[in-house]
Design a protein around this ligand. Structure first.
Ligand SMILES: [Mn+2]
Length: 383
């Protein structure tokens, strides 16, 4: 059984104000091409289909187009579950109708029945499990003891395992934070305060667990439990992550063999570092100017309108930071109500923000003399 596993598409996402829809459209064309050329038996998309519960209409149109090409044009069975960013009801809309065409859409926990596919080695049962909100798991039969994510998952697993049929291989499709996984900045925490994590041993009894939620492609323990990772880099803390989709072969022995395939994004997401002059003077050959960039400026003297000037060279720059700001030297003196503070204190804070160092007593004297002479002038010219 050849499975193409992806997750965390976050269709309709914006990054620092820039719409990523065109980037998503282009990479999903490659995704559909890969599904066709590899002649996969099934496509699995493990949640966070959209970036928000009510996605922009263009994102809905994009998903419609991608699923049509996979299911209708290429005839590939496709399984989609809701993630924590999605609206369960909206993802599951029409699920019973579409199931007849080979498209499985599961949003709520109302239908936990497996999707059974066959290959030369027999049957494989796919168990689609949308993101589990503990409150909803509590309302399932026997769920009275559910209090948190772990007990919710334990309960759901007992329900799903009871559906297994001897002789079938079993694949779980889920959206969860498994202990031991490494996080990125673009994931929304599953639980505020408490732990949203579940132990990998929750999934004992499944031959392969195809997960969404964590945006870094990774396996937990072994390739039996794995995250495909997100479709694209969705935060600047993911610049070093090689994003990919997973081709998983589940043979007669039911041991998954994984190949991670990197798709080519329209634009990379990168951090560039240097002084303003260095970054403006880079020769074309060194860089892709069109990438989505965050500039880390190392200048120690003040720079004028750096973002404006950088944008002339890097049209898709999204973010800029002064390196010393990143080091957290800013703000120590600048908090509080500025109206309660003396000009001298405000200027000290400004100096520290701009230059990363305390103003010298001599310079402060000059500043104070200027303030006094200005105050004297304004007194001499009543309005
Ligand atoms: Mn996600």
């Amino acid at each position: 059984m050849k499975i193409l596993h992806s997750a965390d598409w976050h269709l309709g996402r914006y990054l620092h104000g820039a719409s990523l829809l065109e980037d998503q459209r282009l990479i999903l064309e490659q995704f559909v091409d890969l599904a066709r050329s590899e002649q996969v038996d099934v496509v699995v998309i493990a949640g966070d289909i959209y970036d928000r519960a009510i996605p922009p209409s263009e994102a809905v149109a994009l998903l419609d187009s991608v699923l049509t090409r996979l299911v209708v044009d290429a005839g590939i069975p496709t399984i989609v579950i809701a993630g924590n960013h999605d609206s369960a009801e909206r993802i599951g809309f029409g699920g019973r109708i579409f199931a007849q065409r080979g498209l499985t859409l599961r949003g709520t926990l109302n239908n936990l029945s497996p999707v059974v596919l066959s290959d030369a080695h027999g049957e494989v049962a796919f168990h689609p499990l949308p993101y589990v909100e503990p409150l909803f798991a509590r309302h399932l039969p026997g769920g009275e003891d559910v209090t948190d994510h772990q007990s919710a998952m334990t309960h759901l697993m007992s329900l799903l395992k009871a559906q297994r049929v001897p002789g079938q291989r079993n694949v779980l499709v889920g959206h969860a934070f498994v202990t031991g996984g490494s996080e990125s900045d673009s994931e929304r925490p599953l639980s505020v305060g408490g732990s949203g994590r579940v132990g990998g041993d929750s999934f004992d009894g499944f031959d392969f667990v195809a997960l969404g939620h964590l945006h870094r492609p990774q396996s937990i323990g072994s390739d039996r439990i794995q995250y495909s990772g997100s479709l694209l880099k969705y935060s600047f803390n993911e610049v070093d992550q090689a994003k990919s989709v997973s081709l998983v072969e589940l043979g007669a022995d039911a041991v998954p063999v994984t190949q991670r395939v990197a798709l080519k994004p329209r634009r990379d997401l990168r951090i560039i570092t240097g002084t303003l002059d260095e970054l403006l003077g880079q020769p074309d050959a060194v860089l892709s100017r069109d990438d989505y960039l965050s500039a880390q400026l190392t200048d120690t003297s003040p720079v004028l309108e750096p973002m404006l000037r950088l944008r002339e060279v890097y049209p898709n720059i999204l973010d800029m930071q002064l390196a010393r700001q990143a080091e957290g030297q800013v703000g120590a003196l600048s908090g509080g109500d500025h109206r309660q503070r003396k000009p001298e204190d405000l200027f000290r804070a400004f100096h520290l923000d701009m230059l990363g160092e305390e103003i010298s007593p001599q310079a402060l004297d000059v500043f104070n003399q200027s303030v006094q002479s200005l105050a004297g002038e304004s007194q001499g010219h009543p309005s």
